[in-house]
Structures are given as structure tokens and as C-alpha cells.
Design a protein around this ligand. Structure first.
Ligand code: ADP
Ligand code: ADP
Length: 222
């Protein structure tokens, strides 16, 4: 479903990626692991169409993501992808349900329909009680659950998550990760997850280890 060929990315004099190739099958959950600074986030952003590689190709099904204009990449992301970052990046002035409804409103859905879908997703992530609260009133774990709901509300084909539990304590992190993966599996969503935490990676179907901008190993677990 998703293929990367020989990705190279430079930041000034620093090579962040030095020729990385891998593919992800539909419905798979893949963890990109490695130490801080190894290039995980850069790799995720290249395959998610957030950033373009200097060299190499990214294909999403039949679409050459690397060759699309910024506008078309934004459209592709909106229609097919969901993204979660370490800090949920919720809009402070909106309630939880409004934050989650926003991607549907941007896609042209009616307000009541969008809010209903948002509340369903908040319930699935066990934060129905937060629907009318603003991010400032919620705990870090609640905010991150809301961010996951917002990423999944559009039923994306692929969910990209960069350290989605990195800001949470290990108990809450494990809970959010379990809910994220179970929601994705229930809906057939492919997941590409960046983490430096081996305990988080252990929940994925497969691990892609990055070190100094290159793949260290591609280990397949049954
Ligand atoms: P990781 O996610 O594994 O921590 P990153 O992909 O964030 O690694 O970073 C890889 C390397 O690229 C690091 O040396 C980092 O400092 C550098 N880098 C990442 N993003 C930028 C940027 N926007 N500008 C300059 N250097 C960057
Ligand atoms: P992580 O290691 O959790 O992936 P970082 O804190 O390294 O995150 O980076 C957070 C953001 O800052 C990313 O968007 C990354 O691209 C950017 N970044 C990382 N390193 C640099 C750098 N040296 N200069 C500028 N931006 C950077």
C-alpha cells in the first residue's frame, strides 16, 4: 500500500536519511524505531507526504507522493491519511468534540453530522466525558486520546503517529496505544508508528529499525 524507495534527506550539512527503502502492506501496523536523532520523524514525514525527500520515491498505492505539489499532498493527506504527533496539537479555543469534528467539516460534512461522528469517536477512545471541554481543562492523556479520535474520525486508510504516547506516563501511554491499535485494527487502518520505546514497538506487527539515517534491520514478528 505504501512504498518508499531509497529516500535521502539533508538538513544543511546533516544527512537525516541516507537511502531508506521499505514498504507497508494494507492493514499492517509497523513501528519505526531507533534512537533520538536517527531520522525516524523525517522518515515518517516523508512517507506521510508532510515533507518531500531530496532523493527517492514515495508511493501510496498508485500515487507518486514525492512528485505531487504541496496542494495535492495536502489533499491526499486530508482524504487518505490521519496524523498524530507527540503533543496532540489540539486547537485550544475549540472543545474536544469540535476539534474532532473539524476534519469532517473541512471535508464538507454538515455540522450536526460531524459532531455526532466526533462524539462516537470520543466514546470509542473513552473520553466521551471531555466532549464539551477545551484542551486546557483536560489531562495530557485525555488530550492525546482526543488527538487520536481526530486522526481517525475521517476513517483514514493510513494512520501516521509520531511518538503518540511519548508525552504520557507508562500506564496512560500503554492504554492509549492499546486503544489506538485496536481502533485501527477494527477499521482496517494501516498504522505507521514512530517510537524510541521498545515496549511500544512490541505492539506492532513489524519493526523497522533506523540508525544514523539508514535501516538497521527489518525484523518480522509473527
Ligand atoms: P528522530 O525522529 O529519530 O529523533 P529526526 O528525523 O527528528 O530524528 O532527525 C534526524 C536528524 O535530522 C537529526 O540530526 C535532526 O537534528 C535533523 N533534523 C530533523 N529535522 C530537522 C530540521 N527541520 N532542520 C534541521 N535539522 C533537522
Ligand atoms: P523527536 O526526536 O521526538 O522526533 P525532535 O524534538 O527531535 O523530535 O524534533 C521535533 C521537531 O523539530 C521535528 O519536526 C523536527 O523536524 C524538528 N527538528 C529536529 N531537529 C531539528 C534541528 N536540528 N533544527 C531544526 N528543527 C529540528
Amino acid at each position: 500500500m505504501l512504498r518508499a524507495y531509497d529516500l535521502v534527506k539533508w538538513f544543511g550539512e546533516t544527512p537525516a536519511l541516507r537511502g531508506v527503502s521499505f514498504s507497508v502492506a494494507a492493514g499492517e501496523t509497523v513501528a519505526i524505531t531507533g534512537p533520538s536523532g536517527s531520522g525516524k520523524s523525517t522518515l515518517l514525514q516523508c512517507v506521510a507526504g508532510i515533507m518531500t525527500p531530496d532523493v527517492g520515491e514515495v508511493w501510496y498505492e498508485e500515487t507518486p507522493v514525492h512528485a505531487l505539489s504541496e496542494t495535492r499532498r495536502a489533499l491526499l493527506r486530508r482524504e487518505h491519511f490521519g496524523v498524530v504527533f507527540q503533543f496532540g496539537q489540539l486547537l485550544e479555543e475549540l472543545t474536544a468534540e469540535e476539534n474532532v469534528a473539524l476534519p469532517l467539516l473541512l471535508a464538507g460534512r454538515a455540522r450536526e453530522e460531524a459532531l455526532t461522528a466526533a462524539r462516537q469517536w470520543l466514546a470509542r477512545l473513552d473520553v466521551a466525558d471531555c466532549a464539551r471541554q477545551r484542551p486546557g481543562q483536560m489531562s495530557a492523556g485525555q488530550m492525546q486520546r482526543v488527538a487520536v479520535a481526530r486522526a481517525l474520525v475521517t476513517s483514514p486508510k493510513v494512520l501516521f503517529a509520531d511518538e503518540p504516547t511519548g508525552a504520557l506516563d507508562s500506564y496512560e501511554g500503554a492504554l492509549v496505544l492499546r486503544i489506538l491499535l485496536s481502533a485501527a485494527r477494527t477499521h482496517g487502518t494501516t498504522v505507521v508508528l514512530v517510537t524510541h520505546d521498545p515496549r511500544v514497538a512490541a505492539h506492532a506487527d513489524r519493526e523497522i529499525a533506523v540508525r544514523d539515517g539508514q535501516l538497521e534491520a527489518a525484523m518480522v514478528r509473527a
